[in-house]
Design a protein around this ligand. Structure first.
Ligand code: SF4
Ligand code: SF4
Length: 273
């Protein structure tokens, strides 16, 4: 019973490099297993390597292609004539017997996806992590109290004791009494002006600085996200180009391979081949 891939395959490519028999390749529309090369990993693992990594569990046994362990180990031997399989070879039919069972690799992440490409058969690239969001420290802006809630410590010019007065009491012409000696003081325009100007200017500066800070952070955040997106896109393009290069080099090797027994193309003395 060879393993097969169902149409629910998401073309992540995680299974392809795991196969000890190179039985898996990109098909159209999904990855496929060549049953003539699949040994259900008999001889190599006591589990099916493709099924072990598949994030969506679509590498399943083919009910229309039942094969015995003997057939599968014979195929493994045929595919790997240089390998001597011991009597207690790894086999899913005898899971846990003989050698300690190797640990099956972790499954690939299900969100790793790549659309099927009929033109080439590159190993699929894994998409890594989010690309548009990043954790950013939250700014906890300090709140300003209401302007009229401020108080001013005043030193009495007669008894020299300090008493605290609310800014609201510093209206021009208002009379303030010292609670210690009962001496009175009239608020003049210069004192009123100093207090009001100080608070007004400070509040305006505060608001301006906070707005500038928030705007700058937002601008930098947008620029950072845009730059990261461009970097990601450029790298993706680079990887696609590299894949295409590998594909072209492999094609060239396959085309020009000087196989034993390949007939020589003798040149014609008349020069037309
Ligand atoms: S079961 Fe094993 S041999 Fe068969 S396709 Fe999967 S990885 Fe390859
Ligand atoms: S691991 Fe599963 S989903 Fe990914 S290509 Fe292989 S069969 Fe398809």
């Amino acid at each position: 019973m060879a393993t097969m891939i169902t149409n629910e395959c998401i073309n992540c490519g995680a299974c392809e490099p795991e196969c000890p028999n190179n039985a898996i390749s990109q098909g159209d529309p999904v990855y496929v297993i060549d049953p003539k090369l699949c040994t259900e990993c008999v001889g190599f693992h006591d589990y099916e390597a493709c099924a072990a990594v598949c994030p969506v569990d679509v590498c399943v046994t083919d009910p229309n292609n039942i094969e015995s362990e003997e057939v599968l180990i014979a195929r493994a031997q045929e595919l790997h004539p240089e390998t001597t399989f011991p009597d207690n070879f790894e086999s899913r039919f005898r899971k846990g017997e003989g050698k300690p069972a190797p640990t099956a690799p972790a499954k690939a992440s299900p969100q790793v996806m790549q659309p099927a490409s009929p033109a080439a058969t590159p190993p699929a690239a894994a998409a890594v992590g989010p690309t548009t969001e990043f954790a950013e420290a939250e700014v906890k802006y300090v709140e300003l109290p209401a302007i009229d809630s401020w108080t001013v410590p005043m030193r009495c010019f007669k008894c020299h004791e300090v008493h605290v007065e609310n800014v609201k009491n510093f209206m021009i012409g208002n009379v303030i009494f010292c609670p210690h000696c009962n001496k009175s003081m009239v608020v003049r325009d210069n004192l009123n002006y100093h207090l009001r100007a100080l608070l007004k200017d400070s509040y305006e500066d505060w608001e301006r600085q906070q707005n500038e800070f928030a705007n700058q952070r937002e601008r930098e955040r947008a620029e950072f996200i845009e730059r990261r997106a461009k970097e990601a896109q450029a790298f993706e393009t680079h990887q696609k180009r590299e894949l295409e290069k590998i594909r072209q080099q492999l094609n060239a090797i396959g085309e020009n391979y000087d196989a034993a027994g390949k007939p020589f193309k003798k040149g014609s003395r008349f020069g037309w081949g």
